[in-house]
Ligand binder design. Structure first.
Ligand SMILES: Nc1ncnc2c1ncn2[C@@H]1O[C@H](COP(=O)(O)OP(=O)(O)O)[C@@H](O)[C@H]1O
Ligand SMILES: [Mg+2]
Length: 233
């Protein structure tokens, strides 16, 4: 196994049926190293979310390969793919996607409970403390601010200790100050755990915090550039 944690080869993907079918990803190839932070940018409709979901194994390409940590996702059946995703990939969405009828603690414990782990609640509590919500364990999503809900969602994504974290405009529903504290948290947790991060954003200052920026246009990679090394003073 090499150190490419994400490798896509000539991925083509269309969604929708009949006349509504749209060719979204058009020959995407890319490789991401372990521990790298990649910012994915591009105009609305260029395919950023679809590419992220393809990396996360939630969308399957029509052709081409998606290889995560040496495993070709097309070789896994539905159950194996769900287990693989649950262990290896954490996903953070713009709109949090918390279960409204569950407390913060129950939301974060859920992925571990589904995996049959007896330590689900202890781990969830530690993870909520790590995102600064140790005092909000028994609150429901509606009782939390947007920034707090996104912290819960980050704790839920990270609780299985995934090697890869993907985030789709995680600050899109937050004000600027709250958004920047969420991004600080994401980068701090990523660094602490040595995870690989793929971050979709339309905020170029956010993308610049990544090691590398990939720009999509109409389903193709238009540019792929490593950030210049910071000047040390
Ligand atoms: N389920 C779907 N069925 C048909 N078209 C879709 C579907 N999901 C997304 N699209 C279309 O694919 C294109 C890319 O969408 P998306 O990946 O969400 O772009 P982005 O995240 O860059 O805004 C858009 O034109 C969108 O309308
Ligand atoms: Mg999108």
């Amino acid at each position: 196994m090499n150190d490419k944690t994400i490798a896509l080869h000539d991925v083509e993907l269309s969604l929708g049926r009949g006349a509504a079918r749209v060719h979204i990803l058009k020959g995407i190839s890319l490789e991401v190293e372990r521990g790298e932070a990649v910012g994915l940018v591009g105009p609305s409709g260029s395919g950023k979310s679809t590419l992220l979901m393809t990396i996360a194994g939630l969308e399957q390409p029509d052709s081409g390969q998606v290889v995560i940590d040496g495993t070709d996702l097309s070789r896994l059946d539905e159950d194996a793919l769900a287990r693989f995703r649950g262990r290896r990939i954490g996903i953070v969405f713009q709109s949090f996607h918390l279960v409204p009828t569950m407390t913060a603690l129950e939301n974060v414990a859920l992925p571990l409970e589904l995996a049959g782990r007896d330590d689900a609640f202890a781990k969830a509590e530690a993870e909520l403390a790590a995102v600064g919500l140790g005092e909000r364990l028994h609150h429901y999503p509606a009782q939390l601010s947007g920034g707090e809900q996104q912290r819960v969602a980050i704790a839920r994504a990270l609780v299985p200790n995934p090697a890869i974290l993907v985030a789709d405009e995680p600050t899109g529903n937050l004000d600027e100050g709250t958004g920047s504290s969420i991004i600080d948290l994401l980068f701090a947790l990523k660094a602490e755990r040595g995870a690989t991060l793929v971050l979709v954003t339309h905020d170029l200052s956010l993308a610049r915090r990544c090691d590398r920026t990939i720009r999509l246009r109409s389903g193709r990679i238009e540019a792929d550039a490593t950030a210049p090394a910071p000047v040390l003073v």
